[in-house]
Design a protein. Structure first.
Lengths: 421, 513
């Protein structure tokens, strides 16, 4: 946390996963309003994220900055017959997006820089909840910095690509219920900063005036934590220096995959006032096989802790529309269906994920000649999902997963300001 | 225009924030009409009393599984459940064991935490019982309503013993002065509680005392099957015939050799003996040693050790946990009490004999006509023990009976357990409409293989396993919570109730230093 950008990140971003797994699909306020469709049309500098190929089709340069405010809650009910319920008390997460595009007027080349937060998660359970020995809180942050270049081959096709440098951090806390002393149970905290590399490329095709098509591929980014701080508290003295590190502190390495996403999208201008958009994303979550921490010193008698995740690739289907109520006012709406990458038996307390439906609305308003304000509102309803002891036993995850029923609901208002020049 | 849209937007946002809470409705717990839990009474032994760490003390009493079960009953409309808790000034009872550290070689250092003097009413010869109560302790009576009749040490054999309250201070303290003085038997007292529902976990001590004493009969006998059947059926019948015609849950008894008391010392010793190339070790079998053997021999100057009582056991028969089946292979077990002497095997020392003689002298103090010291007994011409010979390997320095459950003794203990469990099951079968069997034996077998509660791994290992307390027989708070859940599962299944399960992870395992 020494780098200034990370300090900024800490101040601004602590995100709850608002898409499957720990993905955060909140990268443009106009797009959020339209069900987060954005691969198929070129609009402004946010194409840097949605489809670098479309950036070359943007008519003006612009700078935009926005943020969303995630309020996410997960309710939990213990396996029947039990009346135990719990709920996450996760803090409001604020993923942000900053895009700037540059290029000479009428030039075929456009340059851009995007700083955005496509992955993250913030989950906080009560310290004494039923699953305290699995997870008390988790904060995962990832900020992507993406310089981009886009080239308009002709009036029909544009291509673009960006290099991604990702910065991030992880902070995980949990109890160790198996170790009890007169001060209660022992606990663990794993905290570290991470970085990774990747790319984002896309192609934008405009066969007709009214129709545009896009495809993009954002690569896998392996976020590597090197030398993170592992702190173990209230470890019985006789275990220190053998089963656990002496003094309770050591360092750890870990890698968390931020999976690749392939997208295709199209947008159709029904008339001067109405734009319809469709997006299909396919997230290659199968990259997330396991969560492994490698320790410098023995922790619980091993220098490694591994838990299975076995995520599966997951599609998302999005529909959106934008209606120009006046020359200055756009009204937007959208809906999407987000299939979970988390299979039954793997719903850990950090991502007790389920298939989700997102309903979105948004407005855009031109407040001055060159200034637009966009606001969006997103409501996500996760399917109530029950995971039984038998489900855990079948995949052998009893040590990592808490059986029971989970239900997720998220609301996300967001706002952005953009300046054209 | 702009402001109107903005205010609609903000209004919607505020509304949505409020409506955001996802909710899963918890079902309302119910008895399902199959049971009446307005007056639940637990009958049983130390396990039901909350005995742990070789003692009955307040913290254990508060998390005894019947107490936890009653808390869950309460969620389904159950009545008040009163446990006979020690007062704060009596909180440590007669004392218990405490883990303070480990030796350099990893052996636990377990010490005595002294009891609360205020728990003791008096010491009187009237309360003398050579095995259970050699100190002749009478505890301060517990006054007030009581639903938990878990009495440490009680055997099915004792259920209708008149005056049992004199011998067992844990029972005596539950009686009022009239009941105490008239010697009211346990079985009669508990039937008077008129329960609407009861649990019964009895029978463990009828075989456990024999086993924990390594099959040495002075310190523990196996109750004859006929006596067990008579008393067990009688107490269940009297409970069922009491005023409220209750329903009940009867737990069977675990295979005694599956508890860490018998499984924590042997495996390491086996490795050591095998490495030293010893094919067998020698145990000295004692039959009612002090009264019938040691005293006469002491007076007649005959050595105690008679070669006919030497029992060799092959090292290969020492039980170890099969890593695949998670069952105990082998039929020779060492007791947890042998832990301090396990390192002596093969060395010229007889410390284990000194400890045994010291305990016997204490236990039988009032029966010994002349003052005798441990040194008197240890003299070679009296005992025949030659402490210069390798302990456990030489015929002149064998391992005392009390520390070893050999193959024959294991078979006896297991046969008794199987037979008792048959009696318990047939009792349930005879009243199948009113009773449910709780398979405690099956539960502890599963514990040997490892059980995970709320992400916390537990097993039947000593100290680290989290289920068994420092005495290796009784349960930790976590083990009590797990046991309560076994009862809840069985009761729900049988009677169609939906008594909520308890969060086992909330309760602690062994408290580590």
């Amino acid at each position: 946390m020494k780098k200034p950008l990370l300090v900024l990140a800490a101040a601004l971003s602590s995100f709850s996963a608002v898409a499957g797994g720990y993905q955060v699909a909140l990268q443009g306020q106009r797009q959020i309003g339209m069900g987060h469709c954005g691969t198929g049309f070129s609009y402004d500098a946010s194409s840097i994220f949605f489809n670098p190929g479309g950036l070359s089709f943007t008519k003006v340069n612009n700078v935009m900055f926005g943020a969303s405010f995630i309020r996410s809650r997960v309710a939990y009910l213990a396996p029947q017959p039990s009346v135990y319920t719990a709920s996450t008390e996760s803090p409001v997460g604020t993923p942000f997006m900053l895009y700037a595009s540059f290029g000479k007027k009428d030039s075929k080349l456009k340059y851009g820089l995007g700083v955005y937060t496509p992955y993250g998660s913030s989950v906080k359970w009560a310290d004494d909840w039923k699953g305290y020995s699995l997870l008390q809180s988790l904060s995962l942050q990832a900020i992507f910095i993406q310089p981009t270049v886009s080239y308009k081959i002709n009036n029909m096709i544009g291509i673009g690509a960006g290099f991604v440098y990702a910065l991030g951090s992880v902070d995980l806390r949990r109890g160790i219920g198996a170790l009890n002393t007169e001060n209660g149970y022992a606990s663990a905290q794993l905290k570290g900063s991470a970085s990774g590399l990747g790319f984002n490329a896309g192609v934008h095709i405009q066969p007709f005036e009214k129709l545009s098509i896009g495809a993009s591929y954002r690569s896998l980014v392996n976020m590597k934590v090197k030398g993170g701080d592992a702190t173990f508290s209230n470890i019985p003295g006789f275990l220190q220096g053998s089963t656990f590190p002496s003094g309770g502190t050591t360092t750890f390495d870990a890698t968390l995959p931020l999976p690749a996403v392939a997208s295709v999208g199209l947008a159709y201008k029904l008339n001067d006032k109405l734009l319809l958009a469709f997006d299909f994303n396919y997230s290659f979550w199968s990259a997330y096989k396991q969560l492994e921490f490698e320790y410098k010193d023995n922790v619980n008698n091993s220098n490694k802790s591994t838990s299975k995740r076995n995520y599966v690739d997951a599609p998302t289907v999005r529909l959106g529309a934008e209606y120009m109520a006046t020359n200055n006012l756009a009204l937007r709406g959208g809906v999407y269906y987000d299939k979970t990458p988390v299979e039954l038996g793997y719903m850990t307390p950090e991502t007790p994920d389920a298939d989700r439906i997102g309903i979105t609305a948004g407005i855009g308003y031109k407040i001055a000649d060159r200034v637009n304000i966009d606001a969006s509102f997103l409501f996500i309803e996760g399917r109530e999902r029950e995971q039984t002891e038998a489900d855990l036993a079948q995949v052998g995850t009893q040590a990592d997963v808490l059986p029971g029923t989970y239900k997720l609901r998220v609301i996300v208002p967001g706002i952005s300001l953009s300046f054209n020049f | 225009m702009k402001n109107r849209y903005l205010s609609i937007f903000l209004g919607l946002t505020a509304y949505a924030f409020a409506a955001c809470e996802p909710k899963i409705d918890a079902p309302i717990p119910s008895t399902g009409g199959g049971i009446n839990i307005s007056n639940y009474v637990a009958i049983g032994n130390s396990l039901s009393a909350g005995f742990a760490d070789a003692g009955l003390y307040l913290e254990g009493q508060q998390v005894a599984w019947p107490v936890i079960l009653a808390e869950q009953f309460k969620l389904a409309g159950g009545g008040d459940f009163y446990a006979p808790l020690f007062e704060p000034n009596q909180a440590k009872g007669l004392g218990y064991k405490k883990l303070i550290g480990f030796t350099a070689t990893g052996s636990p250092i377990i010490v005595d935490e002294p009891g609360s003097p205020d728990a003791i009413k008096e010491r009187t010869a009237l309360a003398y019982d050579p095995v259970g109560n050699p100190d002749s302790v009478v505890l301060q009576p517990f006054t007030g309503p009581n639903n938990n009749f878990g009495v440490p040490g009680i055997r099915v054999e004792n259920l209708y013993t008149v005056g049992y309250g004199f011998k067992n201070p844990y029972y005596g303290r539950l009686l009022n002065s009239t009941e105490y003085m008239t010697g009211k038997p346990y079985g009669s007292r508990v039937a008077e509680t008129n329960p609407t529902f009861f649990t019964c976990w009895l029978g463990n001590n009828d075989v456990l005392g024999f086993a924990t004493a390594g099959g040495y009969p002075d310190l523990g006998k196996i109750t004859p099957l006929g006596d067990f059947a008579t008393n067990y059926n009688r107490i269940i019948d009297e409970m069922l015939n009491s005023a409220n015609s209750p329903r009940g849950a009867l737990a069977n008894i675990p295979d005694v050799t599956s508890v860490p008391y018998f499984t924590s010392v042997g495996p390491a010793l086996k490795v050591g003996l095998a490495a030293a190339g010893a094919p067998a070790f020698l145990e000295y079998h004692l039959d009612s040693a002090l009264i019938n053997t040691i005293l006469p021999r002491l007076l007649g100057q005959l050595p105690l050790l008679d070669p006919v009582n030497l029992r060799p056991s092959p090292v290969s028969a020492i039980a170890t946990l099969n890593p695949v089946t998670k069952t105990w292979d082998g039929n020779v077990f060492f007791t947890l009490t042998f832990a301090p002497y396990a390192g002596d095997v093969g060395k010229p020392t007889a410390k284990a004999w000194r400890a045994l003689f010291s305990q016997l002298l204490k236990t039988y103090a009032s029966l010994i006509p002349i003052p005798i010291t441990v040194d008197d007994l240890m003299r070679q011409e009296v005992s025949g023990i030659d402490s210069t010979k390798p302990f456990g390997l030489d015929p002149a320095n064998p391992i005392p009976d009390v520390f070893v459950l050999n193959g024959a003794e294991t078979a006896q203990a297991r046969a008794a357990t199987v037979a008792y469990n048959e009696i318990i099951k047939s009792t349930v079968d005879r009243h199948a409409d009113k009773l449910v069997l709780i398979d405690a034996n099956g539960f502890l077998n599963k514990a040997n293989a490892g059980l995970i509660y709320d992400g916390i791994g537990t097993n039947a290992s000593f100290i680290s396993g989290g289920i068994f307390s420092l005495d290796g027989v009784h349960l930790t708070p976590r083990g009590n919570a797990a046991a309560a859940n076994e009862f809840i599962i069985g009761i729900n299944k049988k009677f169609g109730s939906t008594i909520p399960m308890v969060n086992v992870g909330r309760y602690r395992g062994v408290r580590l230093p």
